[in-house]
Design a protein around this ligand. Structure first.
Ligand SMILES: [Fe+2]
Ligand SMILES: [Fe+2]
Length: 291
């Protein structure tokens, strides 16, 4: 099966390149000077906090991964352990330091809790055929997450430039956002390669499990979902949640739902984002009432 080895070769080259060209950001290159901290905090403090938390939770993600994929392909292990984790943890540290500079409390990442669902899946994943289902779900989550990050950092960068906070734009946001597309590309390559390998029942299971387990990046409960909704709002993405949903799930739609011609966006992705926006609206409303 020639395309398997082609995917493997391309993945190995991709990971080599990421490792060589994108070392973790050197903390000494970051300039935290801010001209108007209050304005920056008021406009984007919440976004920085959310992103810092999600980036710092990379250590829990690795723990989940080792549970979910007890026997991963070497390239997956190399990617998450040697490239992805070292980069993301720096993103988290830098964003968190920035928000503390703005006078905000540090992020509170959850670094230890591997959920029951994840542990059950992990137990089943000792069966190779089922581990492939889990791997596919992991790549799908990775694609949506990294694509969300790319879009969010692009908007954050533009907003910070508009506020004329050049040091933050050029030494915090720009270097971070430069590293995200490579992560997305890794998951995309992996997802395309693995999907071609899956049997009918595995594909069916992936569709079912994905449909009921999709959640926006970093949103594992109602409070975090509302937080995510507020991030969408701060970035101006709440007005067109459907378009954002489409952008983060394009390849997923093309792979999983190719047989449903005319399906613009997987409905569970739209619903996940709309729910987040709605929860945020309710929270903001409640805050206004209590003032
Ligand atoms: Fe990141
Ligand atoms: Fe990333």
């Amino acid at each position: 099966m020639a395309h398997v080895s082609l995917t493997e070769t391309r993945l190995a080259e991709h990971v080599d390149r990421l490792e060589a060209e994108h070392p973790p950001i050197d903390l000494d290159t970051v300039d935290y000077s801010v001209r108007r901290p209050q304005e920056l905090a008021a406009r984007y403090g919440h976004v920085l906090d959310y992103m810092a938390r999600v980036e710092l939770e990379v250590d829990r993600n690795v723990l989940e991964l080792t549970t979910l994929l007890p026997d991963p392909p070497e390239i997956d292990r190399r990617f998450y352990a040697e490239v992805w984790q070292p980069q993301e943890i720096r993103h988290g540290l830098i964003l968190d330091e920035l928000q503390v500079h703005l006078g905000r409390p540090a992020a509170e990442p959850d670094l230890t809790t591997v959920g029951v669902k994840m542990r059950i899946l992990g137990a089943l994943a000792h069966l190779d055929a089922f581990q492939d289902v889990c791997r596919m779900l992991y790549y799908l989550t990775g694609m949506a997450t990294e694509r969300s990050a790319v879009l969010a950092y692009n908007l954050l960068y533009d907003g910070v430039v508009e506020l004329r906070e050049d040091a933050v734009a050029q030494t915090v946001i720009a270097p971070i956002r430069r590293q995200e597309p490579g992560h997305y590309a890794f998951y995309q390559l992996s997802a395309r390669g693995l999907w071609a390998e899956l049997a009918g029942w595995q594909r069916w299971l992936v569709r079912r499990m994905r449909s009921f387990s999709f959640a926006p990046v970093g949103a594992n409960n109602a409070a975090q979902k509302a937080d995510f909704g507020e991030v969408l709002r701060s970035l101006g993405l709440d007005r067109d949640a459907e378009e954002f949903a489409a952008q983060i799930s394009r390849v997923e739609r093309d792979l999983l739902w190719a047989h449903r011609r005319g399906l613009a966006v997987p409905p569970y992705v739209v619903k996940g984002l709309r729910d987040a926006v709605e929860l945020a609206q309710r929270k903001i409303h409640a805050r206004a009432l209590h003032r």
